[in-house]
Design a protein around this ligand. Structure first.
Ligand SMILES: Nc1nc2c(c(=O)[nH]1)N[C@H]1C(S)=C(S)[C@@H](COP(=O)(O)OP(=O)(O)OC[C@H]3O[C@@H](n4cnc5c(=O)[nH]c(N)nc54)[C@H](O)[C@@H]3O)O[C@H]1N2
Ligand SMILES: Nc1nc2c(c(=O)[nH]1)N[C@H]1C(S)=C(S)[C@@H](COP(=O)(O)OP(=O)(O)OC[C@H]3O[C@@H](n4cnc5c(=O)[nH]c(N)nc54)[C@H](O)[C@@H]3O)O[C@H]1N2
Ligand code: SF4
Ligand SMILES: [Mo]
Length: 768
């Protein structure tokens, strides 16, 4: 990198879950500054084979964005002003330390946002900060996202990392519920270039069915689109299971002898006949029967559900039903079905062990008594724990890579709660809807300026692969890698401020080495001292990743396995290493105490009466709001990059022609979208892609808040869907917020009606 010649670095794009291999071209500019000149897909990448989406280019714009923070800023009466790194860390430690001293550790909340999943150093060193600040007030974007799946997988298989994924390369029948990978590029199914993979499935004679209230980009390339009513997936899939059982098509296949609770599960699903669920789910009985028979009859079939099937009223039940269907039709743990990946670097050391078992609700949130999940409270509890007058209320926040003021339901309430806090330190690039409330912002380096390895998403990859991503550019003047920032704050909070980062990091390494070794196949064979010595003196994430790789499933065991993986070995393979297709892993992939799959977890069955009431009530006559993703977005945070917001307006309310006609709406009109907690005004897009009774607005917009420093995004701010999404609605077993299927009213507003936030409690807008 010290060379002044143009060069190419091979690494991954870390913007979404697909982990595409990219070629990053860099060269010096006239002033001798190293810059990225081009990014393209790496055709030789072992996993993505050249695929990239338009967001890969956004990495260049992110690198160059003048609004991106490079150095810390602190809020003063006159607004934000620059502050030095040490001073900033001293300030954060002093403020948080004083609040901890006065009100106890739980007065400080921690929030971990989505991008940490894509960045090993954030993930691993947030862990260090968590150790330094042992507060029960932990939050993350998980309760807006993955929890229904993780709670269900945890209860059935023993851990949230024990999540089977579709064997896309070999299945010949795929039913996909509530996912739109042509826009999202896949989720809990790391599969770069998914369009090609889906086309290949059809080309080899397979069948692909999409279940979604909207005829999505993905539905458009499927054999069949089933327009389920929002929230209807649990009922629909339970009825499919009922058909399989009723017609005596049950065949446990590889799960035979490895399950418990079968008769309880069969008793529980008996009542969900196609006739009973048809009206509520919006799918007719004949279709339900056929869909069920197709899954049972297919040699290699997968039923897969994601966001739309998860983050909705019955997400945990829907995932339970989906997995029951896969298991009872013999598609679990077999080629072409759903399989447990075997990642090269495992985070299992951070999760529950066989001995501890997977438990939910080990504690209750103080105000409303939400159950703890994975050591956190759900975001549904966030605002109320701050608003509370209790002595143990939350008074301060440390937040990394999160934007709950945009991304969490009832954004108005979240913003007011943030304003109440005594101190906020944010680790983020931008002054956005959330961080504008912060007292201190400490930026990370841009993604291309540090090395990484995907320690999280490869747990869900459709092929076992490993790839090291070197840094493509040196950090800019004054920038500091986030691991050093988090470590710097952690050591101050632990009273170790006098020690050097290197000394504290050495403690981190030896502690982690002990934990990882204990759960590894090398336990008892290697001493921690040997590991620590082998990992070397260079502090930072690289040696933590090296540790995970070397003690991992394909690791070199610090010299014990010839050709085994290590960072050094991966550096020799710039396009990544293919570790082979997914393969059967039962029973060793199970982490339940019993060593079996629990088909009837009590916590999940206990939610069936709530589903019964929903089914028996029949369809809600009100319009139902769902979300939408666009290939040029990433939740709330890429809208400041010009190529991501060019072209047509993307923050539109999609509505079916029949509904539009009834409401007097045409494309280009503005409408007020109103829910229990608030309203926004948005441009209307009439499209027959929407099922009748359902409207769709993407989330992550609404950048017109005062004080944000997003010069591009504020020019086309859009409206924040989460000002309408109701924070009182949760999926009960997991506590996850309901983001899809929100009852709303839509009313036309006269031309010139102000766009964006309409506030709360206003009467209906005038209709023309
Ligand atoms: N371009 C882009 N890519 C992204 C993101 C992004 O913002 N932009 N976000 C990333 C993140 S954080 C995640 S978690 C993943 C999510 O990835 P996906 O799970 O693929 O998410 P979506 O694209 O939102 O697709 C959800 C689908 O569910 C449908 N839906 C809504 N309600 C229901 C329902 O009740 N039942 C059914 N069956 N369907 C329903 C919606 O119409 C939508 O098509 O995407 C990731 N990738
Ligand atoms: N209505 C509705 N709401 C939703 C969803 C939906 O489908 N509908 N989807 C939900 C889902 S799936 C998710 S995951 C959440 C996401 O919610 P969050 O994780 O809270 O927020 P994001 O919008 O992803 O914002 C990410 C923040 O991280 C910053 N950032 C980006 N990269 C880095 C980095 O490398 N390091 C650091 N320190 N900061 C970084 C960005 O500037 C931004 O401020 O939103 C949820 N909200
Ligand atoms: S699909 Fe796009 S955003 Fe996702 S990793 Fe690939 S290039 Fe990056
Ligand atoms: Mo997400």
């Amino acid at each position: 990198m010290s060379s002044t010649e143009p060069s190419i670095v091979h690494r991954i794009c870390t913007l979404c879950e697909a982990t595409c291999g990219i070629r990053v071209h860099t060269a010096d500019d006239e002033r001798g500054r190293r810059r990225v000149t081009r990014i393209e897909g790496d055709p030789d990448d072992a996993f993505s084979k050249g695929h990239v989406c338009p967001k890969a280019h956004a990495l260049i714009e992110l690198q160059e964005d003048p609004d991106r923070l490079r150095t810390p800023i602190r809020k003063t009466a006159e607004g934000f002003e620059p502050i030095g790194w040490d001073e900033a860390l001293d300030l954060a430690a002093a403020k948080l330390g004083a609040i901890r001293e006065a009100s106890g550790p739980d007065a400080i909340a921690l929030y971990r946002g989505n991008p940490t999943t894509h960045d090993a150093q954030s993930l691993l060193y947030w862990n260090v900060l968590q150790t330094a600040l042992p507060t029960r007030s932990q939050f993350s974007a998980g309760s807006l996202d993955t929890w229904p799946r993780w709670v269900q997988a945890g209860l059935m298989y023993g851990g949230f990392l024990n999540t089977p994924v579709p064997d896309l390369a070999r299945c010949d029948h795929l039913v996909m519920l509530g996912a739109n990978p042509l826009a999202s590029n896949g989720s809990l199914m790391t599969a770069p270039g998914i369009k090609k993979r889906l086309e290949a499935l059809r080309a080899r004679g397979g069948r692909f069915v999409v279940v979604d209230p909207r005829r999505t980009e993905t539905a458009a390339i499927a054999d069949e689109h089933v327009a389920v009513r929002p929230g209807g997936d649990a009922a629909l899939v339970l009825a499919m299971v009922q058909v399989v059982v009723e017609e005596e098509r049950v065949d446990l296949g590889r799960a035979e002898g490895l399950v418990e609770g079968l008769s309880r599960a069969l008793d529980a699903i008996r009542a969900y006949t196609p006739e009973r669920v048809a009206n509520a789910s919006g799918v007719d009985p004949a279709t339900i029967r056929r869909l069920a028979r197709e899954v049972a009859a297919a040699e290699r079939a997968v039923v897969y559900g994601r966001m739309g099937a998860s983050v909705q009223a019955f997400g945990t039940l829907a995932h339970w039903a989906i997995d029951l269907l896969n298991i009872l039709t013999g598609h679990l743990d077999r080629e072409g079905g759903v399989l447990f990946p075997l990642p090269a670097a495992s985070l299992a050391f951070a999760g529950p062990t066989k001995a501890s078992g997977f438990e939910v609700g080990r504690a209750k949130s103080p105000v409303s008594g939400y159950d703890e999940v994975l050591g956190e409270w759900p975001m549904a509890a966030f605002a109320e724990e701050i608003e509370s007058e209790r002595d143990d209320r939350i008074r301060a926040l440390a937040i990394i890579a999160g934007n709950p003021a945009a991304s969490a339901p009832n954004a108005r309430r979240i913003e007011a709660a943030l304003e109440r806090l005594e101190f906020i330190v944010a680790f983020d690039y931008y002054v956005n809807e959330t961080t504008r409330h912060a007292d201190l912002i400490l930026p990370p380096t841009a993604p291309l300026s540090h090395a990484t390895y995907d320690v999280a998403l490869l747990h869900f990859a459709v092929e076992n692969v490993a790839k090291w991503s070197p840094s493509a550019l040196p950090p800019e003047q004054g920038e500091q890698e986030i691991w050093r920032t988090l470590l710097g704050l952690a050591k101050r909070l632990m009273g170790l401020g006098a020690m050097s980062d290197e000394q504290v990091d050495a403690i981190v390494v030896s502690q982690l080495a002990g934990r990882v070794l204990e759960g590894s196949r090398f336990a008892g064979e290697i001493e921690v001292e040997e590991i620590v010595a082998e990992l070397g003196d260079e502090p930072g994430p690289r040696r933590l990743i090296d540790l995970l790789l070397r003690l991992g499933a394909y690791g070199d065991g610090f010299g014990r396995v010839p050709d085994g993986l290590s960072v050094a070995r991966l550096e020799q393979a710039p396009h990544g290493i293919d570790l082979g297709p997914l393969s059967p892993r039962l029973p060793e992939a199970l982490a339940t105490k019993s060593g079996r799959i629990d088909l009837a977890p009590e916590r999940i069955l206990a939610d069936l009466p709530r589903l019964d009431r929903w089914i028996d009530a029949g369809p809600d006559p009100r319009l139902s709001l769902i979300g939408r993703r666009d290939v040029r977005s990433m939740n709330s945070w890429l809208h400041n990059l010009p190529s991501m917001v060019k072209g047509r307006e993307r923050c539109t309310l999609q509505i079916a022609p029949t509904d539009a006609a009834r409401l007097g709406l045409a494309t280009g009109d503005h409408a007020e979208l109103k829910g229990r907690v608030g309203a926004v005004v948005v441009p209307v897009e009439v499209t027959d892609a929407m099922a009748e009774g359902v409207v769709s607005l993407p989330h992550g917009w609404g950048h017109d808040r005062p004080g944000v420093r997003l010069s591009v995004a504020t020019a086309r701010p859009g409206a924040n869907a989460n000002r309408v999404v109701d924070d009182a609605l949760v999926d009960v077993p997991s506590g996850t917020s309901v983001l899809n299927g929100i009852p709303v009213e839509v009313t036309r507003v006269r031309a010139g009606g102000r766009r964006g936030d309409r506030g709360r409690g206003r009467g209906p807008a005038p209709t023309a």
